[in-house]
Write a protein of this length. Structure first.
Length: 263
């Protein structure tokens, strides 16, 4: 029997999901995926029929991988298509946390990074989540200071979990000859602890296939070892590809993550 959301209280609706109160358990909520896709701080917007189901599959597979690896997440289960059951937040942390293995995207515009530059260990940055302000980045030196001087343990935990999640997801995609370039994740507080929340799907990361078998990824630049033109992520949408192309790329991601249970 399918869940009747018409009879439930809607707690919130964002660009890609709707959150419903669970009348049977006040400590959990339902997260329902939408077919919408946005870019440019929400300025660009389309509806891609079938995207919700694809994102739900990817999200399910990745969170089940992370839960199996003992990463602290809000995810409990996926009771039906396009629906995730998750722990209810006490408080959302209004930050986006980005970890990068390879330089790509916006970092090329505001830093001296060169596309394909490899970071080992990964680098992690915090962005204030606000579309009208264009998600400004918090200063790394100040983040380090408040962790040390003000015992801001939440920042340290977000950084730790983000990099832990990155490495598990990176290793899983590597089994299928795909490099995780970077990832953007969100966090909240549940029972006094930091939890990885929200979704992890095609819009959460960049993915570039290997350019050839057995690439040498242990060098300063890995651009020649990867195939950015074959990217599988939301950059296809940002760069103006057709919505059909974007949907096909996201479906490729879901086809890969479905096999994560075997890695």
């Amino acid at each position: 029997m399918s869940i009747n959301f018409e009879s439930m209280d809607k707690i919130a609706e964002g660009k890609t999901k709707i959150i419903y109160r669970n009348p049977e358990d006040e400590k959990t909520v339902y997260m329902v995926f939408k077919d919408d896709i946005t870019a440019g701080d929400g300025v660009k917007h389309d509806v891609i029929q079938g995207k919700a189901l694809i994102d739900w599959k990817t999200n399910r597979d990745i969170f089940e991988l992370l839960n199996k690896r003992k990463v602290r997440t809000h995810y409990i289960s996926s009771p039906e298509e396009k629906v995730a059951l998750v722990r209810k937040l006490d408080r959302k942390i209004n930050l986006e946390v980005v970890s990068r293995r390879v330089a790509a995207g916006s970092i090329l515009k505001w830093s001296n990074a060169v596309e394909g530059q490899r970071y080992d260990p990964v680098i992690t940055q915090f962005h204030y989540k606000d579309d009208p302000l264009h998600d400004p980045m918090l200063d790394d030196a100040y983040i380090d200071y408040i962790i040390r001087a003000k015992n801001a343990s939440e920042y340290a935990e977000m950084k730790r979990i983000n990099e832990q999640a990155f490495e598990y997801i990176e290793a899983a995609f590597a089994h299928f000859d795909v490099q995780l370039i970077d990832i953007k994740l969100e966090y909240g507080i549940i029972d006094g602890e930091v939890y990885l929340i929200d979704e992890v799907s095609g819009g959460s990361f960049r993915l570039w296939p290997y350019a050839h078998k057995n690439p040498n990824l242990n060098q300063d630049s890995v651009l020649g070892e990867l195939n950015p033109d074959g990217r599988l992520d939301k950059d296809t949408y940002r760069m103006g590809q057709s919505t059909d192309m974007v949907k096909n790329k996201f479906a490729e991601i879901a086809d890969i993550t479905e096999k994560f249970k075997d890695v």
